[in-house]
Structure formats: structure tokens, C-alpha cells
Design a protein. Structure first.
Length: 139
């Protein structure tokens, strides 16, 4: 066996290991890739950096499955009664989400107003106390 054959075997063995590791991480999902990258940074930072570059370069990390699901949910099934029900339900859920987000915004605004009013009351109280202290010292 020559040195070239040994090197070729080593390279194909490394490629097989890498392909198996990549397939395993892909099977586990984005969380596994991120965990591997973080662990790479913790134990030996060049490995974490290499994984980060690989994830960016392969562009698999930034594919949005959500968009596919939304597009899939808008396709018709061929059953007009079900499609009408699905469209009505999706519209109702969107309305409920919008209402809830509006409620949360009003809640945040009320909380902010209460905090601001408390701040102004504390400020006015401190100003009165300072004025009273100044009168007692002068008087």
C-alpha cells in the first residue's frame, strides 16, 4: 500500500465521519447545530468559529420553515366547505391575535403611565419636603 493510497483512505474516512456528523446534526435540528457551535467555542474556539462559518456558508440556518408552513396552509384542499372553514378560522385567529396585541399595548401604556405618575408624585413630594426643610431652617 502506498502513502498516496493511505492518504486517500484517511481523507475519505474523514469525509464519511463529517457527513455522518452533519446528517446527525441536521436530523436533530437547528438547536443541535447551535449547541455544537457553543460547545465548540467553549472547548476550543476555532472549532466554534468554524461551525459558525459553516452554518452561515451553507445557508441552512437561515431558511425559514415558517414561511413554508404559512404558504402550505393557504393552499386549497379541493373541499370547498373545509377551505371556507379553514379561511374563517384563520381570519378569526388573526383577529384574536390582533386584539390580544392591542390589549398588551394598552396594558403596557397603562403600566408606563402609572410608573410615570408615581415618579412625578415622588418628585413633587421630595420638592415639598425640601421646601419645608428650607422653611424650618430659615424660620
Amino acid at each position: 500500500m502506498t502513502a498516496t493510497a493511505t492518504n486517500t483512505d484517511a481523507i475519505s474516512s474523514a469525509k464519511g465521519w463529517f457527513a455522518r456528523a452533519e446528517a446527525w446534526l441536521d436530523e436533530k435540528g437547528k438547536g443541535a447545530w447551535i449547541a455544537a457551535m457553543v460547545l465548540g467555542f467553549i472547548f476550543f474556539w476555532p472549532v466554534g468559529l468554524a461551525l459558525l462559518f459553516y452554518m452561515i456558508w451553507s445557508k441552512n440556518m437561515f431558511k425559514s420553515r415558517c414561511k413554508t408552513r404559512i404558504g402550505h396552509s393557504m393552499k386549497t384542499t379541493g373541499n370547498s366547505a373545509f377551505d371556507a372553514y379553514k379561511a374563517d378560522t384563520l381570519r378569526r385567529l388573526q383577529d384574536e391575535q390582533d386584539s390580544f396585541e392591542g390589549f398588551l399595548n394598552r396594558l403596557r401604556e397603562a403600566k408606563d403611565k402609572a410608573e410615570f405618575d408615581q415618579f412625578m408624585d415622588d418628585r413633587a413630594r421630595k420638592a415639598r419636603e425640601t421646601a419645608e426643610d428650607a422653611e424650618t431652617i430659615d424660620g
